[in-house]
Design a protein around this ligand. Structure first.
Ligand SMILES: Nc1ncnc2c1ncn2[C@@H]1O[C@H](COP(=O)(O)OP(=O)(O)O)[C@@H](O)[C@H]1O
Ligand SMILES: [Mg+2]
Length: 506
């Protein structure tokens, strides 16, 4: 129920109760007035009776009183006169109390009787004396009783109540409606506007402004709401700017890491390109010498074109890698990414006598993401593994699906992830460094060897994919880096209980 309606109902009830109590009080006063009136009339009548009958002669008192009672019944109107008791007689029970009191006070005493089972009535006992006041032998020698029906008091009260009732009802209804209309206008509507505005905000609309029409609490509420909205708008703008700046920094870092990697590779690239160029030079010279020998020409041209292809491939790889591309959302074939990256570092691995094993599921379905970004992650991890084993060793690469919870989020629902793991047989990451290797510019390598950006950038890229990277110790030695990337499709594997177990190797 709305606040306005509720308050209107409650105040209307209170008002009705108050009016009922006030009416009750008025009716009580009315009754007291009527009773007083009745008493005054009775007393006047008693005075007349006493004045006309006293002093009463003892001898013919009985006759005189009876005659009086009889004559009274014709003129008494609403009152009845009774002979209550003669001297020495005991009055009947219903009069006894009044007679006793009247004897004590030596004057008429009247009261309203509202006894159970009989209609209410008013009765007054009137003492009659044998002598004038002041005489020493003055005595009460008889009691007359005045009786009046008392029902009319209650009836009049009822009638008055009935007459008042319609007015009261109309008043209460008008009052209730008035309160309701006022509350609606002054409370419910402004609050409703505020609630609308808050609903709008919860749907992301921060442009809401509520008119603060008044200077009471509701007006203040609107004012505070507007102030809060201003604050939220500013905060949101600040946040948007900060996010943009953050993205720009990340982009820079990525690019810086690429350049660093390229710098490291420049010498090897020169070597890589130098070798085929030497071959091409030699073959070209041999061609010019043996231009007449068709078989030699064909052989040399064949060799030259193979070497040119090799150079072209190297150049293309370098160009591909150094190209500053926006992260493109598409699908990523992880197995293909791994193959291409391995090609990229093939020479370097041969140089360091490093063997590679690729295991796991080669038919992994593509996952949503940015292939260039994932390739950069893969390259960073492979380069780190190669750097960790300058004297040779083994790199094991695994690809599979797991269902698990995000690291550190014990309450989040388990999700399906594609897992790329790269294990090496190097010295591993020392526990002291484990918490820091993902920090930008953290490196344990000599100056010129490492930029300290590889893992930071990789972490950023994987996070952009809603995934995460985990680093563990390999057995017997080495490091395992596991990259978890959401598959974007429901459950594709069993819940991974023992995450330390390296993925299967084929
Ligand atoms: N496979 C690994 N084995 C041992 N240590 C590693 C491995 N990968 C990374 N690290 C450690 O993490 C540090 C940070 O790596 P990274 O962010 O790629 O920067 P960089 O390779 O330029 O040093 C490295 O300097 C190294 O100490
Ligand atoms: Mg690195």
């Amino acid at each position: 129920m709305k606040l306005g309606t509720r308050v209107a109902i409650v105040t209307t009830f209170l008002m009705a109760a108050f009016l009922a109590a006030a009416t009750g009080a008025v009716l009580v006063i009315l009754r007291a007035d009527q009773l007083q009136d009745l008493d005054r009339q009775a007393r006047a009548m008693a005075d007349t009776i006493t004045a006309t009958m006293e002093p009463l002669d003892r001898l013919d008192a009985g006759v005189a009183l009876k005659a009086r009672v009889a004559s009274f019944s014709n003129r008494g109107g609403q009152f009845r006169l009774e002979l209550v008791a003669m001297e020495g007689q005991k009055p009947n029970n219903s009069w006894a109390g009044l007679v006793e009191e009247s004897t004590k006070l030596d004057q008429p005493v009247g009261r309203l009787f509202d006894l159970h089972g009989i209609p209410p009535f008013y009765a007054m006992a009137i003492p009659l004396h044998n002598e004038e006041p002041g005489s020493p032998t003055r005595q009460v020698i008889a009691f007359l009783g005045l009786v009046h029906d008392g029902d009319f008091i209650a009836q009049e009260r009822l009638a008055t109540g009935k007459r008042l009732l319609p007015y009261l009802l109309v008043f209460v209804i008008l009052f209730g409606v008035g309160v309701y209309i006022m509350l609606r206008k002054r409370v419910s509507r402004p609050l409703g506007n505020l609630i609308d505005a808050i609903d709008g905000v919860s749907k992301g609309d921060l442009s809401r402004v509520v008119l603060a029409e008044r200077d009471d609490e509701i007006g203040q509420l609107s004012g505070r709401f507007n102030a809060m909205m201003n604050y939220l708008r500013e905060a949101r703008e600040k946040e948007a700017k900060a996010t943009a700046a953050h993205l720009a920094t990340e982009e820079h870092l990525r690019q810086a890491e690429k350049l660093a990697t390229l710098g490291q590779m420049a010498a090897e690239i020169a070597h890589e390109v130098g070798t085929p160029l030497n071959v091409i030079g030699g073959r070209a010279r041999s061609l010019s010498r043996k231009a007449g020998d068709r078989a030699e020409v064909e052989k040399n041209v064949e060799i030259i074109s193979t070497q040119v292809d090799r150079i072209t491939k190297i150049i293309r790889q370098v160009l591909d890698f150094s190209r500053k591309g926006r992260p493109a959302r598409g699908t990523v074939d992880l197995a293909k990414v791994v193959r291409e990256t391995l090609e990229f570092v093939d020479e370097k691995m041969k140089q360091h006598r490093i063997e590679v094993q690729v295991g796991g599921d080669p038919d992994l379905a593509p996952i949503p993401g940015d292939a260039d970004g994932i390739q950069q992650v893969c390259l960073n991890l492979l380069m780190n593994a190669i750097h960790a084993m300058p004297e040779g060793g083994m790199i094991r690469i695994g690809l599979d699906y797991v269902v698990r919870r995000k690291e550190g989020l014990a309450l989040s629902p388990p999700l399906p992830y594609a897992r790329l793991s790269i294990a090496d047989t190097g010295p591993g990451v020392s526990p002291a460094d484990r918490g820091r290797i993902f920090d930008a510019f953290f490196t344990t390598k000599e100056a010129g060897q490492g930029s300290g950006l590889g893992l930071a950038v990789s972490h950023g890229i994987v996070k952009d994919h809603d995934g995460f990277i985990q680093v563990d110790e390999a057995t017997p030695t080495g490091a395992i880096f596991q990259v978890f990337l959401p598959t974007g499709s429901p459950d594709q594997g069993a819940l991974d209980h023992d995450l330390k177990t390296p993925p299967p190797v084929m």
